[in-house]
Design a protein around this ligand. Structure first.
Ligand code: INI
Length: 159
């Protein structure tokens, strides 16, 4: 039996953090968390790009653009969709998550999912460096782990 898992290792790998400006104060904290995770796990600052888009709706298209360049080993998507009084939330949150998953599958490249979908500002703050941690950090860690896991699977395939 062979067992595989990745360890978060960012050395000599290139990343982009795609961040949406809507609810910017919260998203900035997610970006900080993602960058911290990448750098602490060996990624060089010069190997990380941060790309801002207006809202979470725009993240999938920007992610596809970035992946099409083949410059990145993984992306980290961060944003904050917060429920309001209309069904708008459902469309933005649903399409952002679906689009990010599709881009990841189509380009066969990990995209850490750090887009908050919350009922309130309070819930979002708790997940952007508050009581529930930082989902930007978590998303970056997941992306780092998958990149390494796929490298190991490729190496096993070649041997
Ligand atoms: N975008 C977000 O990232 N978060 C939200 O909470 C949000 N709300 O609530 O409307 C939001 N809307 C903007 C959307 O992402 C697009 O930028 C906009 O519709 C223009 O295409």
């Amino acid at each position: 039996m062979a067992e595989f898992s990745g360890t978060p290792a960012g050395t000599d790998r290139r990343f982009a953090v795609v961040a949406s400006r809507f609810n910017e104060e919260i998203v900035e904290k997610l970006v900080d968390g993602a960058l911290d995770a990448l750098v602490r796990h060996g990624a060089a600052a010069d190997d990380i790009d941060v790309v801002w888009v207006p809202g979470a709706w725009e993240i999938p298209l920007a992610a596809r653009r970035l992946l099409a360049t083949e410059r990145y080993d993984a992306l980290v998507a961060v944003g904050a969709v917060i429920r309001g009084d209309t069904p708008h939330f459902d469309y933005v949150a649903g399409e952002a998550s679906r689009g990010i998953a599709q881009a990841s599958a189509e380009f066969d490249t990990p995209i850490g999912f750090g887009v908050l979908t919350c009922d309130s500002d309070e819930q979002a703050r708790a997940r952007a460096g508050g009581a529930h941690g930082n989902k930007g950090w978590d998303a970056a860690l997941a992306a780092l782990e998958l990149v390494d896991l796929f490298d190991r699977l490729d190496a096993a395939d070649e041997s």
